[in-house]
Design a protein around this ligand. Structure first.
Ligand code: HEM
Length: 405
């Protein structure tokens, strides 16, 4: 590696971002990076600093506190600038954050997650039936991608007839990158109108689902209508691509380590820990969402001014040698905690749901696809071109068709 900071964009970085983050951890752990549109941000890469920033209530989430350059670059993406999709827990601070999180929390209780597990098993089973019959099976396209969106439709109560269109539109939002802001504006309009129509339907007829809970809270005066639609939209944005990446990254990790895969196949108690280890090693979210210091502050010895945008690199923190022994090794029974679901007040509300979906999907692959192997060399795999996500576009595989099923 060079003596100057490596770029955090471009094909080499996307194919393997770990060397760049290692360089930053070792040489410039709080690094100023240039972003598209003339903006810049601080990137925090060491585990200890990352945890401290995530836990700090003075690291605010409200994008309106961001400095003018950041805001002008449109980095909050268009949907962040309209109240009907922006007023969600990820964009606000206490006390609004506490109120919004409490109302949505009902959708993620252990009982609700157990109910959704039955649905995840049904959907997974049908997806693997189709995958087994496919001439060019792909674990991301055929399993990791469609499963989480089906579960989000369950949570939001999207009627069956609307789901194909919902899936199609979600795919446009998922492809959003810094360069594609205009392309997703029309889709954002669609979600704005569609989620509004679901809310109207719940107002007319009560339902026992998340949207029903949110609409009841709106009726009781605890949530505004914008907060209801924004929360529904956040669940789509926060819960889809992340879970796709977790399932895809875990399956890739198991393809890279066939001996561990066989251990986990033989001893299913290792599956949960292996998913945690995959979260640490290949964090689906490369960076946590934007933060802005309320006052001038110091992180890792570097002074940050109020309003300067801060990204916490969860991917970098997961491989910090100061925190983990042999940080690049996949050790399913390591039992170490990680920051890949965040930390502090904004800790991922869907973490248990995501873990459940990954257990169901990966468990089914282990059960039903004997002789699993990659169908292309790893150098042919394409990763999302993003500093935010860390996930695969596709994962073509082969398996022993005679015994699959
Ligand atoms: C593997 C899958 C997932 C990963 C890696 C992940 C990761 C994260 C992380 C790191 C945060 C904190 C962001 C920050 O502090 O800046 C977060 C927050 C959040 N996640 Fe997840 N997430 C996943 C799945 C889900 C799912 C399935 C849902 C819901 C359907 C969900 C809903 C949310 C919400 C609503 C927040 C905001 C919480 C708040 O601001 O209080 N996530 N997630």
């Amino acid at each position: 590696m060079t003596a100057t900071p490596p770029p955090l964009h471009g094909p080499a970085f996307e194919a393997d971002p770990h060397p760049a983050y290692r360089w930053l951890r070792e040489h410039e752990p709080v690094h100023r990076v240039d972003l598209p549109g003339g903006a810049w941000a601080w990137v925090v890469t060491r585990h200890e600093d990352a945890r401290a920033v995530l836990a700090d209530p003075d690291m605010r989430k409200d994008p309106l506190l961001g400095d003018a350059t950041w805001f002008a670059a449109g980095l909050g993406l268009p949907y962040d600038h309209r109240d009907s999709l922006r007023r969600s827990m990820v964009n606000v601070d206490a006390p609004d954050h506490t109120r919004l999180r409490r109302v949505a929390g009902g959708a993620f209780t252990p009982r609700r997650v157990r109910e959704l597990e039955a649905s995840a098993e049904r959907v997974t089973s049908a997806l693997i039936d189709a995958l087994v019959a496919s001439p060019d099976p792909d674990l991301v396209r055929d399993l990791a991608y469609p499963l989480p969106i089906a579960i989000i439709c369950d949570i939001l109560g999207v009627p069956e007839a609307d789901r194909p269109e919902f899936h199609r539109r979600a795919a446009v939002i998922d492809s959003a990158s810094f360069e594609e802001i205009e392309a997703i504006a029309e889709t954002t309009d669609w979600f704005d109108a569609y989620l509004g129509s679901l809310v109207d339907a719940r107002l007319a007829a009560p339902h026992d689902d998340l949207l029903g809970d949110l609409v009841r809270a709106h009726r009781d005066g605890d949530l505004t209508r914008d907060e209801v639609t924004s929360t529904a939209f956040l669940l789509l944005v926060a819960g889809h691509e992340t879970t796709v990446a977790l399932i895809g990254n875990t399956l890739l990790t198991l393809l890279r380590h066939p001996e561990q895969r066989e251990r986990i196949r033989a001893d299913r108690s290792l599956l949960g820990p292996a998913i945690e280890e995959s979260l640490r090693l290949e964090s689906p979210l490369q960076n946590a969402t934007w933060r802005f210091p309320a006052h001038p502050t110091t992180v890792g010895g570097v002074r940050l001014e109020a309003g300067e945008p801060v990204l916490v690199s969860l991917l970098a923190a997961g491989r910090d040698a100061e925190r983990y022994e042999q940080p690049d090794a996949f050790v399913p029974d390591r039992g170490a905690s990680h920051l890949s679901f965040g930390h502090g007040a904004h800790f991922c509300i869907g973490a248990q749901l995501a873990r459940m979906e990954a257990r169901v999907a990966v468990g089914a692959v282990l059960d039903r696809l004997p002789g699993l192997r990659a169908a292309v060399p790893e150098s042919a795999l394409r990763w999302w071109p993003s500093m935010i996500m860390h996930g695969l576009f596709a994962l073509p595989v082969a398996f022993d068709r005679d015994t699959a099923g």
